[in-house]
Design a protein around this ligand. Structure first.
Ligand SMILES: [Zn+2]
Ligand SMILES: [Zn+2]
Ligand SMILES: [Zn+2]
Length: 340
């Protein structure tokens, strides 16, 4: 059996995969703001960890990976999968604040960005301190096999990674969106295929689709919707070169999509309608229930993940158990037809 557990985290994400040998892989982790997710160290207690994975360097995906790797935690982590091009880039991040106009707003941005950068730096500090291996993900690498499950990296491409560095270094006033670096992973177990979309953006899906189709594996029946259901991760255009992530999925209602919407601006309404049309949506929290574009009336947003306000929790945990025949057993959680 292959099991997927998705935990509500307010605005962050936690995915735990249990492989047929009972070992686990953790993709991104963030504590629940409403305490509806148990402590991460409790969740992984007495488990054999195959890997932890940071899809991309945003705090809402990274924070509890730093907890797991903290020297005071006794979790045995053999390897961190990640997509970060160079840790120096992130040190640079923490001191580069020119993108926003001066004034008190800039101080707020400064603080938020610094905290975000510090989580990633802390994670890598832990990794170095505990001598944990790192494995940089890229879509031209060979598949990994864990207990009979083939794992393919569909994104990012080497080109995206290189572009990211050159933009970062050359630009004084703008920095590239870390979501562009997001890993997209496909898990193939017989007729079960799960795609974890990280926070990948529209452009990432063109290369990911090309790679996916070249693998000749069945289309996915479970997908973790990228970037909290934002419009910038979904292409509505239907041409040969403009794939969106639903093109990698089985074209019928049997698709189960997992939506970590998480704040009052996610998911995008049109994307959400498209997901409802093409899949059975399971959301952890759904911002549309408390939709208000600027509930605190602060008048700005930050590129990439947004921290605005919490939304109502639909499912504290969504859990599927899958076999090699493609059967999906819903252990925990209800779909969005029960969300109003
Ligand atoms: Zn992100
Ligand atoms: Zn995110
Ligand atoms: Zn829902």
């Amino acid at each position: 059996m292959l099991k997927f557990d998705f935990y509500e985290s307010g605005h962050g994400e936690t995915t735990i995969i249990t492989f047929p040998d009972n070992g686990i892989g953790i993709i991104d982790a963030y504590p629940s703001q409403s305490n509806s997710r148990p402590d991460i160290l409790k969740l992984i207690e007495n488990k054999i960890i195959h890997f932890i994975c940071l899809t991309h360097p945003h705090d809402d995906h990274a924070k509890d990976l730093a907890t797991i790797t903290n020297p005071s935690a006794d979790a045995c982590v053999p390897v961190l999968w990640h997509t970060i091009t160079d840790i120096h880039q992130w040190a640079y991040y923490s001191t580069e604040f020119n993108a926003f106009p001066a004034g008190s707003m800039q101080n707020a941005i400064k603080r938020i960005r610094k905290e975000t950068a510090m989580t990633t730096i802390k994670l890598f500090e832990n990794i170095a301190h505990r001598n944990i291996n790192t494995h940089k993900l890229r879509n031209d690498l060979v598949a990994k096999n864990i207990a009979g499950v083939e794992i393919y990296c569909l994104s990012p491409t080497e080109k995206v990674q290189q572009k990211f560095i050159s933009k970062e270094v050359r630009s004084k006033n703008r920095f590239p969106d870390p979501n562009k670096l997001s890993a997209i992973l496909a898990f193939h177990y017989g007729k079960t295929v799960f795609i974890h979309g990280g926070d990948a953006l529209k452009s990432n899906w063109f290369d990911a689709a090309e790679k996916f189709f070249s693998l000749h594996i069945p289309n996915a029946t479970i997908i973790k919707i990228p970037h909290h259901g934002s419009a910038n991760s979904f292409s509505f255009k239907k041409t040969k070169h403009q794939h969106n992530y639903l093109d990698l999925c089985d074209a019928n209602k049997a698709i189960k999509s997992i939506l970590f919407a998480g704040d009052s601006t996610h998911p995008n309404e049109a994307v959400y309608q498209e997901l409802l049309k093409n899949s059975t949506v399971y959301c952890t929290a759904n911002g549309l229930k408390t939709a208000d574009s600027d509930p605190l009336n602060i008048g700005f947003s930050i590129p990439g993940c947004q921290y605005i306000s919490n939304s109502n929790i639909c499912n504290p945990m969504i859990s599927f158990e899958c076999d090699q025949l493609g059967n999906i057993n819903v252990i925990s959680g209800h779909d969005c037809s029960a969300c109003s």
